[in-house]
Design a protein around this ligand. Sequence first.
Ligand code: NAP
Length: 442
Amino acid sequence: MEKILEAIQNGATGDQLAAIPLPSTYRAAHVLKSEEKMWEGVPSNEKDPRKSLHVGEVPMPEIAPDEVAIAVMASSINFNTVWSSLFEPVSTFGPMARLGRESEWAKRHDRDYQVVGSDASGVVLRVGSAVRTWKPGDKVTVHCNHVDDQDPSSHDDSMMGSNQRIWGYETNFGGLADVAIVKANQLMPKPAHLTWEEAAVNALCNSTSYRMLVSKNGANMKQGDVVLIWGATGGIGAYAVQYVLNGGGIPVGVVSSPDKADILREMGCEAVIDRKAANYRFWNDDNTHNESEWRRLGADIRGLVGEDPDIVFEHPGRSTFAASMYVAKKGGTVVTCAATSGFMMEFDNRFFWMRLKKLVGSHFANYKESYEANRLIAKGMIHPVMSQVFDLAQTGEAAYQVHHNMHEGKLGVLCLSPQEGLGVDDHELRAKVADKLNWFRR
Ligand code: NAP
């Protein structure tokens, strides 16, 4: 890998990169099938990603005709890597075993280890024989929608594909590594004004928020919409705030500390709720709902922006869902992509049907949506929300911080890149947006 890194740093051509032999093994953050039962009986908040995420050498797989091998310069931590490391809500070795039964090439995914990670920025090293639009030397970012392009169900909205998967979560050969193997239709151009690590943190969260708010497949936000955003300085929330502001909407950001509230204000989000200070108790101790607390949240929102939310950007799940369904405006939309605090939801259906609300389930994004979201990053219209950078060897620690909500925005991870700050090609655009690149770096 040293020769490959040296060549990239010296600006080698694609032909020169393609001529360097790939090593037989590479460094990767991975979980082990032999450990998938290690947390049995352990409460979720006591499971420790630092124990289940290993960083070490794994074998280099062969690439399929529709795939590319990438030298990963940087990656990021997503919550799905936390889920993989907790083997929760399911072990990811099950989905990979099912994938392994689909074809000869897919068999490679079913191993006794899984290289995790669903984001990457880097340089294409090899392309399979069927790849037309990318070549060695291309600087890329990777989105995580792993699609079977021979399945008819993938050809309207590929997220509807019957065997659609998330790369690096439900597949092997993920991005938290020195090399990643991805399908060519996961590639997008690297935004030229960003460092490797800034470019690596966006694709998963940015594309998810784009689909949830901007796409016709999501809440289809319009100018003037009031949007309640839970976790507004978290991974997906911090992109959601930017989409609402860019689209002429009015974000109401919910966070849990004065520091996070300051970040929101710096981003231009004027209506901020500190949920810790407000101390909402949506659930009573006996596991029943406290409706008066939903009303208090609604009154707080109205106090800030004068009306109820047209859209609620929901993902905490069990702890907030009933309140989200209640506070949405008559005819409004709750769009949800997750359930961090628990996935068995309850809500009062009377306020839902009588007020003609909509509930939209959303999951990642198709290639077109991811590409549009990446284009906005590349044009300097949406910005990375990176707060800290870790080395690949510290993947477990970084995942631990996300698991315990100790972080803000996104955590970058340096893979082959030996230090922060490398990889910028467009210094002019960078200078124009410099202050926005530091929203989360404190
Ligand atoms: P994150 O960086 O950890 O941010 C989540 C934010 O939610 C936190 O910053 C926290 O903000 C807030 N939060 C956490 N627990 C909460 C609770 N009980 N009540 C209210 N707010 C709470 O994670 P993320 O990357 O944004 O991801 C969020 C969720 O979406 C995860 O479950 C992830 O797996 C999921 N996700 C799904 C998709 C998909 O395609 N379906 C894509 C990306 C992410 P405060 O403490 O400041 O309020």
